[in-house]
Write a new protein. Structure first.
Length: 260
């Protein structure tokens, strides 16, 4: 059985990575790609895929809106699998009739499980989708108050490394890319192209956005002091003793985070 797939993600590296992983499965035929909600809707109408790998964070409307828009426009809606960096979206994903969700960076074993699940659904249309969703929801539901498990993907010599947030001193936006500064090296972040998205990804951790282009690990601040024009100056704990600035509009929130 051949499964016709469309990949939807606004970041080209993420689409390339998923295309590469899917390429090892003989049953998969990738018939289209899309980088926005509008392109995703058009691709689903034009290519009539069986399965859509859908990023949640898209320019304009999000992945949930894509499902709502497509369903009334086609005779047989495809199966949807959300591919996201944020596991907090899981419950909402199932509420929008996604058959599964995968966390970025995509793991081969997890992808294989998803493809097996999708193949069973496509082969047996008599299996109630709601029943499948309830089963999946019971497997991935996160207990209230549990700690978020977050990693930051970085690229080193053409390979992807997963960093614990605690290993990062700060992140900065440089030459239209995000760079993670650890205690002894600088590494480009993989799969996240904007500071807004990285800030969302690190929500609930010790990171604070001190400037439009800078996220700092509050646990990695060596010392700080008031500066001119209402700003604050930070000295970080990396080998370079990097000096960073808390912009004036963010000083109040910065002090609150530190309990000052």
């Amino acid at each position: 059985m051949t499964i016709r797939c469309v990949i939807v993600d606004d970041e080209a590296p993420a689409r390339d990575e998923l295309r590469y992983l899917l390429g090892s499965h003989d049953s998969i035929e990738i018939v289209g790609e899309a980088a926005s909600a509008a392109q995703a809707i058009k691709a689903c109408i034009d290519f009539e895929p069986d399965l859509v790998f859908l990023d949640i964070q898209l320019p304009g409307e999000d992945g949930f809106e894509v499902i709502r828009a497509i369903t009334p426009l086609v005779d047989e809606p495809p199966l949807f699998v959300f591919v996201t960096a944020y596991d907090s979206y899981a419950v909402k994903a199932f509420e929008e009739s996604a058959v599964d969700y995968i966390l970025k960076p995509v793991q081969e074993t997890r992808l294989a499980t998803t493809l097996e699940r999708a193949a069973k659904l496509l082969a047996d249309q008599d299996v109630p989708l709601r029943e499948q969703i309830e089963t999946l929801l019971s497997q991935v539901a996160r207990p209230q108050g549990s700690r978020k498990h977050t990693k930051v993907s970085v690229e080193v010599n053409g390979r992807i490394r997963l960093l614990d947030p605690g290993d990062i001193v700060y992140c900065s936006c440089e030459d239209q890319r995000i760079v993670a500064h650890t205690y002894d090296e600088e590494i480009p972040v993989y799969g996240i192209a904007s500071m807004d998205r990285l800030e969302e990804h690190l929500e609930g951790t010790s990171f604070f956005r001190v400037h439009r282009a800078t996220l700092v690990n509050l646990d990695a601040i060596r010392e700080f002091s008031p500066w001119f024009n209402g700003k604050y100056s930070l000295i970080m704990s990396d080998q370079e003793r990097s000096e960073l600035t808390v912009s004036r509009p963010r000083v109040r929130d910065f002090k609150q985070r530190l309990g000052l």
